[in-house]
Design a protein around this ligand. Structure first.
Ligand SMILES: [Zn+2]
Ligand SMILES: [Zn+2]
Length: 147
């Protein structure tokens, strides 16, 4: 890794650092992401489990069951969403790219759950668009929102 990746929440209570370069960044337009963020969509990227390390306020991080197979974690003080973890992929965690100090460094390469995209929201790109999960997503039927 030839650079550092750090991020945090809106109120500053929680800070984190990545121990490796994030991969597999993509847009998610599912309803859970819309409700979790209060925005039309979120961009997540992955790191191996344990490679997102809380450097400040780790005890302030709260989580909730966002589906029957996943949890999401957020700053318990200001609500900034940080993480999505799903039972069928325990070796990785997905984090919200927008919470990085330099989010422009991690660009999304696809869209998922375009079937629940808000009608007035779209991005100006030619990236692959999948109605639900990508075809190679492991361990799911592809019918439920991604946690
Ligand atoms: Zn906060
Ligand atoms: Zn989503």
């Amino acid at each position: 890794m030839d650079r550092t990746f750090e991020g945090g929440c809106a109120c500053g209570a929680v800070r984190y650092r990545l121990e490796s370069t994030p991969f597999d960044a993509g847009w998610c337009h599912c309803r859970t992401c819309q409700l979790n963020s209060g925005s039309p969509a979120m961009v997540f990227a992955s790191v191996p489990a344990g490679h997102l390390v809380w450097t400040k306020g780790g005890d302030r991080v709260k989580s909730f069951a966002s589906s029957s197979f996943g949890h999401r974690s957020f700053c318990g003080d200001c609500g900034t969403p940080f993480l999505m973890q799903v039972d069928h992929q325990p070796e990785t965690v997905d984090f919200s790219v927008a919470t990085l100090d330099e989010p422009g460094a991690v660009a999304p390469s696809y869209h998922i759950f375009v079937a629940s995209r808000i009608a007035w929201f779209d991005t100006r790109d030619e990236l692959p668009r999948h109605d639900k999960f990508r075809p190679d997503t492991r361990g799911l039927e592809g019918t439920e929102p991604p946690a």
